[in-house]
Design a protein around this ligand. Structure first.
Ligand SMILES: C[S@@+](CC[C@H](N)C(=O)[O-])C[C@H]1O[C@@H](n2cnc3c(N)ncnc32)[C@H](O)[C@@H]1O
Length: 244
């Protein structure tokens, strides 16, 4: 990647919003953060020139976490899943290899979740994927379910206060399928509360709240799980797969 320069938002819009934009410019927030204070970054962005074939991987709603080295970590106020204009301003359609969202989609209603999934679909390359982790409504643990329930456990300033849905593997799968994705279940509980694990590579997107990495899961005892999926954009467009 070659760094072009740090631009204001207006200059940036001028570059990325040209009709002949070939997608060779992307933002590198990671690099920009190394050079600029967070406050300055709200007005200034670093633009890098990348080969169209390069591997652009984006974390949405990262909440300050930097768990995925080499990925572009973004926050809700710069890249909102429900603001398509944010995506159009920053990315070119079909340009992103992978999108990761850990405990973000439960802050959207089911319908908003489909809308967000459709936006991700449009900006992913064919064969690209969303690795999505949310609280699991089928995990049989009273403390956990009280924590993750709609509206959260009580305090208005609790991180879970904005929960709008408690997904199960069925709702999360159907939500992404409605947006045209093929879904692979990585970690989930079934209707009987039984936990299922299908091996996944953390190098393709690290999820902390998971069987292997959450510090609360010790000696084979699961204290905190997530429902984790890969939602894969098919290599070929399937007109009947998405109803829009
Ligand atoms: C519980 S925090 C999780 C933060 C982080 N991903 C983690 O694993 O610790 C939920 C995050 O979702 C983000 N979020 C909520 N709604 C969002 C939206 N519409 N678009 C992007 N991010 C959103 C919030 O800003 C917040 O950072």
């Amino acid at each position: 990647m070659e760094v072009i320069k740090i631009l204001t938002a207006e200059e940036l819009y001028g570059i990325l919003n040209q009709p002949d934009d070939d997608g060779s410019f992307v933002l590198d927030l990671e690099a920009a953060r190394e050079e600029r204070a967070e406050e300055t970054l709200r007005k200034n962005w670093m633009v890098v020139n990348v080969a169209p074939s390069s591997d652009l991987r984006v974390v949405v709603g990262s909440g300050g976490s930097k768990n995925n080295v080499g990925w572009v970590h973004t926050e809700e106020d710069e890249l909102n899943l429900l603001k398509r204009s944010d995506w159009e301003r920053i990315f070119t359609p079909n340009s992103i290899s992978a999108i990761l969202a850990e405990h973000v989609w439960e802050h959207l209603t089911y319908e908003e979740g489909i809308e967000a999934a459709k936006t991700c679909y449009d900006f992913l390359k064919p064969g690209g994927y969303v690795r999505c982790a949310v609280p699991d409504g089928f995990f049989r643990n009273e403390w956990y379910q009280n924590l993750v329930k709609i509206g959260g456990p009580g305090p208005a300033d609790h991180p879970a206060a904005g929960h709008k849905i408690v997904h199960t593997y069925r709702t999360l799968q159907s939500m992404f399928e409605e947006a045209g994705f093929q879904v692979r279940l990585l970690e989930y509980c079934d209707e009987d509360g039984e936990f299922h694990y299908n091996d996944w590579d953390e190098n393709d997107g690290f999820i902390y709240r998971s069987k292997r990495f959450d510090h609360r899961n010790q000696n084979g005892e699961l204290e905190f799980v997530s429902l984790i999926i890969d939602a894969i954009k098919p290599e070929e467009w399937c007109p009947s797969c998405r109803g829009d």
